[in-house]
Design a protein around this ligand. Structure first.
Ligand code: PLP
Length: 351
């Protein structure tokens, strides 16, 4: 008998690389190429560092109210956490406690199975269709809960809101989590459905469309009862997950709607241009509604393209997993960065 027999053993999630070298074009973790809203700089300057001796507001009122006001929802229907990873981890712990399997796609955010393993939640990975779309009917079966990323990652493909609604409606006895990390780049949010369905949790983040991955701010919407259950678990875990700068700067970031609309439109425009150029080079991909394109080339191995890009100072993401090992997930950078990507790819394809 060894103490190691009683260790909770987990295979952790592997985040995308954050390279230490400069002058690299970083298209591997779906960060926004544009800086946070100008109001964030102002709010940072106005912060009084001597306040840091105190604990932060455990209910994060300023941030919750700013999110509630932006989306015109009751603050009691808003939960906040340390990035949506924290929000999702809390939601798995709070809502998935039956003996039945929870359901999520076989190709999706690769943290879902890690949390399920961590908490020992049984799960079934439901295969996406051949074209990487979700068949809603696959989710009309008995289960312990449902998790859908919409638009899905790493495929980039979005499911219409009507299909999400059917999944929520047909699963009224369990919680359905809709992870909307990329919804601001062209998907349809399920937020309007939270008043109609008390089993729906909609999760979003500041990391992509609001250019603040480094601050770690995520949030969720649901009916008051569901949000209260989530806070009960969170306050049983750590009262002070959100630090003072996250609360202040997050509130400042979400207040600037014009900047948000301007930068996401820029990302969308660059994505549409990149789609056209990648298509001209022979790449194949679904219709991305996100800030990345998940593409493969019929004549070249994903690993070879990945290595060549890296040698030329461009990092993209590749998953060594069944069904998708030939694909590259390319985040949308600035126009200049995408021009360089296309130039290097064109060179590679000629060789
Ligand atoms: C990026 C991402 C998240 C996590 O984002 P945070 O930085 O933790 O807010 C969650 N879900 C999906 C599908 C993502 O791509």
């Amino acid at each position: 008998m060894s103490w190691e027999d009683n260790v909770r053993k987990v295979v952790p999630y592997t985040p995308g690389e954050q390279p230490k070298i400069k002058n690299i074009i970083k298209l591997n973790t779906n960060e926004n190429p544009y800086p946070p809203a100008p109001g964030v700089v102002e709010a940072l300057k106005n912060m009084d560092v001597s306040d840091y001796r105190k604990y932060p507001d455990p209910s994060c009122t300023k941030l919750v109210d700013a999110i509630a006001s932006f989306y015109s929802v009751d603050p009691e229907k808003v939960f906040v956490g340390v990035g949506s990873d924290d929000v999702l981890a809390m939601a798995f712990l709070t809502f998935f406690n039956s003996d039945k399997n929870i359901l999520f796609p076989d190709i999706t955010y690769s943290f879902y199975d890690v949390w399920a393993d961590l908490y020992r939640i049984p799960y079934t990975q439901v295969p996406l269709k051949e074209d990487f779309t979700i068949d809603p009917e696959d989710y009309y079966v008995e289960n312990g809960g449902v998790v859908i990323a919409n638009p899905n990652a790493p495929t980039g493909v979005a499911l219409p809101l009507s299909a999400i609604e059917e999944i929520v409606r047909k699963n009224s006895d369990v919680i359905v989590i809709v992870d909307e990390a990329y919804v601001d780049f062209g998907g349809e949010s399920a937020l309007p459905l939270i008043d109609k369905y008390d089993n729906l949790l909609v999760v979003q983040t500041f990391s992509k469309s609001r250019s603040m991955a480094g601050m770690r701010i995520g949030y969720a919407f649901g009916c008051k009862k569901l949000i209260k259950y989530l806070y009960d678990v969170k306050f049983s875990f750590n009262s002070y997950t959100m630090n003072m700068p996250s609360i202040e700067l997050g509130a400042a970031a979400i207040a600037d709607k014009d900047y948000f609309d301007k930068t996401r439109s820029m990302v969308i425009a660059t994505r549409e241009r990149a789609k056209k150029e990648l298509k001209d080079l022979g790449f194949e991909f679904g219709d991305s509604m996100t800030n990345f394109i998940f593409a493969k080339h019929p004549d070249k191995h994903g690993k070879d393209i990945f290595d060549y890009l890296r040698q030329n100072g461009i990092i993209v993401r590749r998953f060594d997993l069944p069904r998708i090992s030939e694909y590259l997930r390319i985040s949308i950078g600035t126009d200049e960065e995408m021009d360089e990507l296309i130039r290097v790819l064109r060179k590679f394809l000629k060789e």
